[in-house]
Design a protein around this ligand. Structure first.
Ligand SMILES: NC(=O)c1ccc[n+]([C@@H]2O[C@H](COP(=O)([O-])OP(=O)(O)OC[C@H]3O[C@@H](n4cnc5c(N)ncnc54)[C@H](OP(=O)(O)O)[C@@H]3O)[C@@H](O)[C@H]2O)c1
Length: 313
């Protein structure tokens, strides 16, 4: 029997429960995937707790948008996938499950060099980082400040920016500095003295700032070191961005992403898969827990566990 994680009320990690599910045959344009790993993202916890509004809970709600696995069946009109293909799933729903049926547009072939866990780590983080940096026009003449550079989005942002020729300064806790350096950025500690630390790390100045931390400190520091507010963006404080005069990409923003921005989010996964296959992109994996331990996975996420946490059905 197929199974999935659901919640029937908003609350702490304990509201996540395992349930049996029916998996329909894939309809037109859809693909059935046996999930080998599901990525755990902060948004999953925010939706579960009600921190991010998501409409009335009238039926048990599934969790998770990213995963990787093996195609088990394809619907009519689906070209390019066959049962047995190893794939990455992104931008879908209900991935905390043993089996899913998703749109073919949410599926990408997974190269042999990319493990299921690494594939499951991509969707939200790389989609967000890639789209944000494209929207900000980050390029070779830039010095980019990334807040929360040691997180999944931050690590992706550092790597795209470095690949595109930018110089990158990234905040993290000191225990994570080695990882930041490994990715090609200069680490600085968040907390007291942040602006001074950033100025020391980038004596020629910061031209663009990207907030994946969501703290007042991150936004205030960005405002202090970047002259052009159109080159400061947050992905966490979307509701407050207009008040600061900065840009927001989702994260509670009242403004939806543009068609171009949505296209960049979708493009990010195949671009990253090609980089991973070429050995020029790196995903930091964290604990892999059984699907039945979804609640524990959310506790580990809230506790700031390094690396992408995955669930294994
Ligand atoms: N708008 C969107 O579309 C979108 C998409 C994806 C994510 N997000 C949001 O972006 C945020 C990051 O996501 P993620 O997946 O990268 O999370 P993550 O992998 O869990 O990483 C969280 C990061 O926050 C850092 N951090 C903790 N306290 C901090 C502080 N006081 N100041 C600066 N950094 C601090 C941690 O750094 P250390 O471990 O080094 O302490 C860690 O690197 C989340 O709030 C998430 O909901 C938004």
């Amino acid at each position: 029997m197929a199974h999935a994680i659901v919640y029937s009320e908003l609350g702490g990690p304990e509201v996540l429960t395992l349930t049996d599910i029916e998996v329909p045959a894939p309809g037109e344009g859809k693909v059935a995937v046996r999930v080998e790993a599901a990525g755990v993202n902060p948004i999953d916890g925010k939706l579960r707790s009600g921190l991010r509004a998501s409409g009335p809970l009238t039926a048990p709600r599934r969790v998770g948008s990213d995963g990787a696995g093996v195609v088990t069946a394809v619907g009519e009109g689906v070209d390019g996938f066959r049962p047995g293909d190893e794939v990455v799933v992104f931008g879908a729903s209900g991935l905390y499950a043993s089996d899913v049926v998703v749109k073919a547009s949410s599926v990408q072939p997974r190269p042999p060099q990319v493990s299921a866990a690494a594939g499951a780590a991509l969707g939200v983080p790389v989609g967000t980082a890639y789209q944000s940096l494209r929207s900000l026009g980050v390029g070779a003449n830039d010095t980019l400040l990334v807040h929360a550079g040691s997180g999944a989005v931050g690590q992706a942002a550092i790597q795209f920016a470095v690949l595109w020729g930018a110089t990158v300064v990234a905040t993290a806790s000191p225990a994570r500095f080695d990882r930041i350096r490994e990715l090609g950025a200069v680490p600085v500690a968040y907390g007291e003295g942040l602006v001074d630390h950033v100025r020391e790390a980038a004596p020629d100045g910061i031209t663009v700032a990207y907030d994946a931390a969501g703290t007042d400190e991150a936004i205030e520091a960005s405002l202090e070191v970047v002259a052009d507010r159109a080159r400061i963006a947050t992905i966490v404080r979307g509701a407050d961005a207009a008040g600061f005069g900065i840009r927001a990409f989702s994260g509670g923003s009242p403004d939806p992403l543009s068609p171009q921005q949505l296209a960049w989010r979708a493009e990010a996964v195949p671009v990253t898969l090609a980089l991973l296959a070429a050995g020029t992109f790196s995903v930091e994996l964290g604990p892999a827990l059984p699907l039945t331990d979804a609640a524990e996975a959310h506790r580990l996420l809230a506790a700031g566990t390094p690396g992408k946490i995955t669930l294994v059905p």
